[in-house]
Design a protein around this ligand. Structure first.
Ligand SMILES: Nc1ncnc2c1ncn2[C@@H]1O[C@H](COP(=O)(O)OP(=O)(O)OP(=O)(O)O)[C@@H](O)[C@H]1O
Ligand SMILES: [Mg+2]
Length: 502
């Protein structure tokens, strides 16, 4: 049964076929007509359309990224859908492959007309239906989808979630046929009753800071707090709801989904920056959005900002970094020193929050991103200075019953983080001043004027500058000893005495 090919549809057109390789995977072949369509987009940036055939390995990374990360959910879906042997391709042939992140839809070869010819339908859900589902999910994190219904969706990630369609009258429905889901509902687990509130508040603070973040509301169903998030990969067009294609950064890099954390071999900030620069239709804007997101996550201490929590929208008009989704913060529930938490990507030279406050961490970040260091410092300062106000407003906007001690703790934590992060910006500025002083001493000239972009840092002035590969090379102080004529080998802006090569 699973040996039959699977057809991949995009916007009602056959985009590709995946032929099983007999080992659980399959190679992907783009459809010739699809490839020649001017509006066609690649299924993944790692599966470019100028190549018609893609290997099972390349195909596996993309497919794997469309399925949940929680092994218990996968086990449950394999069992419920009767997928044996349990392979990702086998699962995507079933109902779950009909509504994924992005626009791709999977249909067993031969069943295309049955699935695509019948339009769409919606089965209305009462508030008590939704409450029942949310309670089931809060108690059992692997319950993402009713076991026996004609309902569908697949999404990545570990946390309990389901995807539904919101009707114009504000009620929920389960779509089938061609109708897409429009929202993601993430209930708080029974063991962490405030999780949904924290996710909503983190999205809301981001929006109040002017960052591009998915829309969300905080709701309660059956006593369970639920973060309800609008899907940015669904759009209302003339003919109703449409799917917009997207993929996460692991898929875009052709990396298996388990390579999402940098510490486990996944991409870091420099690799993410490279990916944005080479893929985005507006690389400068998207690098800035990525930088702002990183600074925001640094402030709120989001230790789960791994490569699968960044995505790209892939449209005929070009590729863009997707809005912020799935933010989190350790501040509401911190049980140890904030400094000892580790971030998902090295911020500066190290993963720990403590080391992210090293004097050179922000210049390293600028170097990773090849961004103007002066802009990075200004944005860091601006976000740190306004975040507490945004957080206060965000929490105050919630009904009183939602203004709970964890959110108050988050506010207190943010107050402290705002101060710490501003202190780090000041330390970074002192490095620049010291470098400028050194230069004045060396050349007898006035302080280097600001660059065109307003940065106080002239090209090459960063304590570090990136090489093509994103590897960092440290700029040296270069002070010349009047006695020996040798140059100082310390990093630019060092505050300890000069040291010369022996
Ligand atoms: N607002 C959104 N619009 C469209 N797609 C989204 C949105 N939010 C999340 N997704 C997609 O759903 C996937 C899973 O969502 P999310 O990251 O929120 O889940 P999670 O279980 O909390 O993840 P993690 O395991 O990282 O904690 C994302 O990787 C992304 O592909
Ligand atoms: Mg996630």
């Amino acid at each position: 049964m699973q040996q039959e090919p699977v057809t991949v549809f995009m916007h009602g057109e056959v985009a590709a076929r995946i032929a099983p390789d007999g080992k659980g995977g399959g190679s992907l072949r783009y459809d010739g007509t699809y490839r020649s369509n001017r509006d066609a987009v690649p299924l993944s940036l790692s599966l470019p359309m100028n190549v018609q055939d893609h290997s099972p390995e390349a195909t596996a990374s993309w497919i794997g990224g469309l399925l949940p990360d929680n092994p218990r959910v996968l086990e449950r879906w394999y069992a419920n859908e009767g997928v044996s042997p349990p392979t990702p391709l086998g699962l995507l042939r079933t109902r779950v492959g009909r509504d994924c992140a992005g626009a791709a839809r999977f249909v067993p070869e031969g069943d295309e007309s049955e699935v695509l010819g019948r339009g769409g339908s919606l089965k209305g859900l009462s508030d008590s239906d939704v409450a029942k589902e949310m309670r089931s999910m809060a108690a059992d994190l692997s319950y993402w989808l009713p076991d026996a219904e004609e309902a569908y969706f697949s999404l990545g990630g570990y946390q309990a979630k389901t995807a539904l369609h919101l009707l114009d009258d504000g009620t929920w429905a389960r779509p089938s046929g061609n109708t897409p889901t429009t929202h993601i509902l993430k209930p708080s687990p029974t063991t962490q009753p405030e999780m949904a509130a924290v996710e909503h508040v983190c999205l809301d603070i981001a929006r109040r800071l002017g960052l591009d973040a998915a829309d969300s509301t905080l709701e309660t169903y059956g006593g369970v707090k639920v973060c309800v998030i609008s899907r940015y990969d669904r759009r209302r067009g003339g003919d109703g709801w449409e799917r917009v294609h997207q993929e996460d950064a692991c898929q875009a890099m052709g990396l298996h989904p388990h390579l999402k954390y940098e510490a486990q071999g996944g991409p870091g900030i420099a690799q993410m920056g490279d990916l944005i620069r080479r893929s985005s239709a507006r690389p400068r804007e998207d690098i800035k959005s990525f930088r702002d997101t990183l600074l925001y996550y640094w402030l709120i201490v989001n230790r789960d900002a791994h490569a699968r929590n960044y995505s790209f929208l892939i449209e005929p008009s070009g590729v863009r970094l997707a809005p912020i989704y799935d933010p989190g913060s350790v501040l509401p529930g911190a049980r140890k020193r904030i400094g000892s938490y580790e971030l998902a990507m090295r911020f500066g030279r190290d993963f720990t929050v403590y080391r992210s406050h090293a004097k050179d961490s922000l210049s390293t970040l600028s170097a990773y991103l090849r961004a103007e260091h002066g802009d990075t410092l200004s944005r860091a300062e601006e976000l740190a200075a306004t975040i507490v106000d945004c957080a206060e407003k965000s929490i105050a906007a919630l009904p009183a019953a939602h203004q709970t001690p964890p959110l108050e703790k988050m506010l207190l934590g943010l107050n402290k983080r705002s101060g710490e992060c501003q202190k780090t910006v000041r330390a970074a500025r002192s490095i620049i001043s010291a470098a400028n002083r050194n230069r004045r001493n060396k050349t007898g000239q006035a302080e280097h004027p600001p660059t065109a972009s307003g940065s106080q840092v002239a090209p090459g002035d960063d304590a570090q500058s990136p090489t093509q590969s994103g590897r960092l090379e440290k700029a040296q102080c270069g002070h010349k000893s009047t006695r020996t004529g040798k140059r100082c080998i310390m990093g630019a802006g060092h505050t300890s005495p000069h040291r010369y090569k022996r």
